[in-house]
Design a protein around this ligand. Structure first.
Ligand SMILES: Nc1ncnc2c1ncn2[C@@H]1O[C@H](COP(=O)(O)OP(=O)(O)OP(=O)(O)O)[C@@H](O)[C@H]1O
Length: 457
């Protein structure tokens, strides 16, 4: 797709020296940096944002293993140090940038929030917005921008992620939600579940957000639709409880990042299911006219439980959205898991390593695929084996004596990893963010993400 006015600057394969670039309002500096490289960005003048969060003047921000962009609404000068593919996206006027439509959307939402503020004590709710679109349409980015901008204006929206492929303040393979009453982290807005939910040994520059997390343990919604629907229902109910309990959050509403479904009937059914569960009243569709039309048709006569109509708003997909191949996604997952246990350059964590007897833990897994097709899959006790080495396990907020379905749908307290299995001595080496005993909590062994890294190696 070509956008009129977009200066097609050739991508620079690698810039290994310092350079200074000046961006006009609504221009973007797009960059892609590999796992083994890093790039440092410093804002020298003007204002600049990454996702919804402003960069501080003269502070060095370091990025690695990411494809992203820094944009400016007022114009800025950036100093770039390091090696990465990058380019400047120029627009002759702000109207030609998709960002302007996103900013306008934000102001429309802010206006809705302002309107309900005075009635929030009587149950009025701010907008519940779901962002839909195909793969790589920029959904997650837009969700983060809308939440970041709202936070900056004093709102406290909830953000929820229904796409198990990427974790929000959590590990991949989960569905989660959290209130954003404060800033996101410019360098890694996705990180933090381990730090937020467990005592950490390092200080955090950005206030901690404690998410509610459910464990799906698979990559795609299609892998186990019934389970995804159960967890989506659970997450929606947690979100509802939060909106009911806190009037500031209620006035701010929620932003929900939907999974990328195809345009077929099943995808539409699942989107409609999530829209109903979360009482969504604004559906943003990024770059997919067919999906917008189909949703518009389906939702035309629907109302939320508060009696509101459901609006479908088609928005343009930015041509800057980057393709991320399997290798890149795997590196991102590895980094998220490693960061959960060990922290990052800014916050080093010291996980504990415990030796635990086979009989002191209760591990559950879903039955094999073949059985799962026959009937609704439930959990079954798993025999401990060397195969479990290097996998992560969800620690569930349930008792080992609870029925399997209760365990499977319980909220997650945290994660542990099995570093080593000694079958002869019947002992496990367990890596945990905290030093407390594992206790009576059941552990669930998902099927994804697979262990790619040796966490102790
Ligand atoms: N304007 C842009 N310039 C450069 N990179 C961008 C831009 N917009 C988004 N990206 C990057 O493109 C990638 C995909 O974007 P994003 O995750 O928002 O898409 P998505 O639709 O949520 O993807 P998924 O298919 O995983 O659901 C991300 O790495 C994101 O940072």
């Amino acid at each position: 797709m070509s956008i009129p006015g977009l200066g097609q600057l050739a991508a620079e394969p690698a810039a290994s020296d310092n350079k200074t670039i000046t961006l006009q309002p609504y221009w973007e500096w797009r960059f892609s940096v590999t796992r083994n490289a890093s790039v440092t960005v410093r804002l020298l003048s003007g204002t600049a944002n990454r996702e919804g969060t402003e960069l501080a003047l003269n502070r060095a921000y370091k990025f690695s293993n990411t494809k992203s962009f820094i944009y400016t609404l007022q114009g800025c000068t950036l100093e770039i140090t390091g090696s990465c593919e990058n380019r400047v996206a120029e627009y002759a006027t702000p109207e030609e940038s998709p960002l302007l439509t996103y900013v306008n959307m934000h102001f429309a939402l802010q206006e809705e929030r302002r309107k309900v503020e005075s009635n929030a004590a009587r149950g009025a709710q701010g907008p519940r917005v779901m962002i839909c679109g195909r793969e790589n349409s920029g959904k997650t980015n837009l969700a983060r921008m809308l939440v970041g901008w709202a936070t900056r204006m004093g709102s406290q929206p909830l953000m929820a992620n229904l796409d198990p492929n990427e974790g929000l303040l959590s590990l991949p393979g989960t569905l989660s939600a959290a209130v954003y009453g404060t800033l996101m982290d410019v360098e890694e807005p996705a990180g933090g579940f381990g730090i937020g939910s467990t005592p950490s040994s390092g200080p955090s520059a950005v206030p901690v957000k404690v998410p509610v997390v459910y464990y799906y343990g698979r990559e795609k919604v299609e892998d186990d639709v019934a389970h995804w629907k159960d967890l989506t229902r659970k997450l929606a109910s947690s979100v509802r409880a939060k909106l009911n309990k806190d009037k500031d959050v209620r006035a701010s509403g929620a932003v929900i990042d939907a999974p990328s479904f195809g345009e077929g009937k099943e995808g539409l059914d699942l989107l409609q299911f999530a829209i109903t569960e979360f009482s969504v009243n604004i559906v943003i569709v990024l770059g997919s006219p067919q999906l917008s039309e189909d949703l518009q048709r389906r939702l035309a006569d629907e109302k939320t439980p508060l009696g509101e109509p459901i609006y479908v708003v088609p928005l343009e997909r930015s041509d800057g959205v980057a393709e991320r191949d399997g290798q890149f996604m795997r590196a991102t997952r590895d980094a998220a898991i490693k960061e959960f246990f060990f922290g990052d350059a800014k916050r080093t964590l010291s996980p504990s390593t415990q030796s635990v007897g086979f009989d002191d833990v209760a591990i559950f897994k879903s039955p094999d695929e073949s059985e799962a097709y026959e009937e609704q899959p439930v959990l079954e006790a798993a025999d401990i084996s060397a195969e479990m080495s290097h996998w992560t396990f969800a620690v569930m907020n349930a008792s080992v004596n609870d029925p399997p379905e209760t365990i499977r749908q319980a909220p997650v307290i945290g994660f542990i990893a099995i570093a080593d299995v000694d079958e002869d001595r019947r002992r496990l080496k367990v890596l945990s963010p905290t030093s407390g005993r594992l206790g009576n909590q059941p552990l669930v062994w998902g099927r994804w993400p697979e262990p790619y890294i040796n966490l102790l190696g």
